[in-house]
Design a protein. Structure first.
Length: 235
């Protein structure tokens, strides 16, 4: 499981850790066995070492210091949990039925069904947030009375947002070109083998694993585009 990226706000960004902690607690109490906790600054920048450490600490403290979590599924059997689980399962089943009615996942993609659903939910969320119907502490309620700038916009220990410099970008491009040059002899055969596996409708994972050490992501993508075409959404 992963905590909610939607709950990460740039405004009063330090509060995101509180939201993530509660989400992590809910997941662990429901016997989640693999959990990713978001860094508080993840919505606006590349997480810093300090913010990642805090995200990991959320899990460690819930797991190691909160006694209730030593018992598996401590809230199992509670009426509200069972009722909410039933409601979620019913909603998921209805969504699967809607996909099936549209010819499955691929058929629904042709009519932009999934994209439309995501946009509708995002719009509904933003409308409720901006109208105040959905209270979010520090974002649309309990605002700073003095109107001061949000000090939490600067990630901890950094003083500013993490952005790649021009030198770092050039270094990455140079490293990519050097990688492609080193494997210029091996890449074509590996990519051709990948294409053959795709055309034959075989399990292409093995061919992909052989191509990855000698071909870049762009080269692999272009090779797949040549035999499979490039997806273009309907407008």
């Amino acid at each position: 499981m992963q905590t909610s990226g939607r709950s990460l706000h740039a405004q009063e960004m330090a509060f995101n850790d509180i939201r993530t902690t509660l989400q992590a607690l809910t997941a662990i109490e429901d016997h989640c066995n693999s959990l990713h906790t978001n860094a508080f600054d993840e919505a606006v920048t590349t997480p810093t070492q300090e913010s990642v450490r805090r995200a990991v600490a959320i899990q460690l403290i819930v797991n190691r210091e909160l006694g209730l979590t030593k018992n598996e599924n401590p809230i199992q059997g509670a009426y509200v949990i069972e009722q909410l689980t039933d409601l979620v399962e019913e909603a998921v089943l209805r969504e699967f039925e809607r996909l099936a009615e549209r010819g499955g996942v691929l058929g629904a993609m042709e009519t932009l069904y999934q994209r439309g659903r995501i946009q509708e939910e995002s719009l509904r969320y933003e409308e409720r947030k901006h109208s105040g119907q959905l209270p979010i502490v520090g974002v649309n309620t309990f605002l700073r009375p003095d109107g001061a700038a949000d000090a939490s916009l600067a990630p901890a220990g950094d003083g500013g947002l993490v952005r790649s410099s021009d030198a770092e970008k050039r270094a990455q491009l140079d490293a990519l070109r050097a990688f492609q040059s080193r494997h210029a002899d091996a890449a074509p055969a590996a990519l051709a083998a990948l294409q053959r596996a795709v055309v034959a409708q075989e399990n292409c994972f093995d061919a992909l694993m052989h191509a990855a050490p000698v071909a870049s992501l762009g080269q692999i993508s272009d090779a797949l585009f040549e035999v499979g075409g490039r997806y273009r959404r309907a407008m």
